[in-house]
Design a protein around this ligand. Sequence first.
Ligand code: ADP
Ligand code: GN1
Ligand code: MG
Length: 370
Amino acid sequence: MNSGEVLPEAVVERFAIYGELETVCPFGSGHINTTFVSRWNQAGLRVRYLHQLINDRVFLRPGGVMENIDRVTRHIASILREKGEEDVSRKTLTVVPSRDGRLFVRDDGGGWWRTYLFIERTHTLDLVSTSGEAHFLGKAIGRFQKQLADFDGKRLDETIPDFHNMESRYRSFRNAVNRDPLDRAGTAGAEIDFMLENEERGAVLLRALREGRIPERVCHNDAKINNILIDDGDNRALCVVDLDTVMPGTCLFDSGDLIRTVAARAKEDERDLSRVEFDFPFFAALLEGYLSEASSFLTTGEKELLAESGRNITHIMALRFLTDYLEGDTYYHTSRPGHNLDRARNQIALVRSMDRHWESITRFLRERVL
Ligand code: ADP
Ligand code: GN1
Ligand code: MG
């Protein structure tokens, strides 16, 4: 039996949850894990939990992922409690252990499952429509980074080694172009050329890290727009989720992913490229929100590279989507033929739009930050 054939009902019953299980349904639109929500009757009260089958082709040590998440969420919860905040279990994820006290359950096919408290009355955005939204999303990631700025103890597990390492991403890309297992390179000639022409500037964050111009810190590494839950009540960012990639990196990976997904006028798989544009007012509001939390701990070296971070992370996403297209869509969930190629084209168009706005981006950061 493989994990795809496992009944989620049988798995969720193995977590330390009281009451009667009523339903289990698929949930969410993530590209990596498989998510379900269960509903339980707990002495007359209906309560929901979120369950995920961890993608163990992407995360080769799911146990390490869960240890990281457990440490990080406990750390954030203790900071929130010390500050006397209300609703701590809405502001950070809470891991629900298995009945035998582990952070995960293994199913009969060897799959790794985890459970979180389901944070009720929230939604996520795929695009912002106001500067206010851009501001609170930036603030949420700035706050998250600040909460982890003093995280100490054993170094977190690198759940995906070289995750944002442009050199190794380029190696995989070249390998995919050369092997071209599905004979797709001919359909992506312009995109392949773009990648080859822009390789040099792709290494900007990696070089800064290597040369010690920016520090290594604990960061999210996947700080895209829909990994931030927003409270339906006050319509403010509430909780940063999808913590599988929280590990050592640079804060610029997170500012970059925010810029890529918040300061964009179209979703990352929009096919009409005339709609794929960088949005300067959203960018400015996002950075104001982010810096309202982060400017106290960021170094000058980090601030100097904020502008590059958006362009760099968009570039790496284009490269990864294109590589996956050439490899035969083995990494990202796709829902139509050519989905990864559409995403790659979209992200290249966004890098080009950022290039066109470059002067205003750098002027804004010079005046506001440096
Ligand atoms: P993936 O790694 O596949 O992107 P995520 O961890 O981001 O999976 O979860 C998928 C979606 O589920 C998120 O975008 C968010 O909408 C929702 N979600 C995640 N965790 C919770 C939670 N604890 N409570 C409520 N919704 C959640
Ligand atoms: C994946 O898991 P999800 O959908 O939030 C990916 C990110 C990409 C993103 C592109 C572990 O994020 O790196 O930026 O898709 N996560 C992993 O949307 O590869
Ligand atoms: Mg996600």
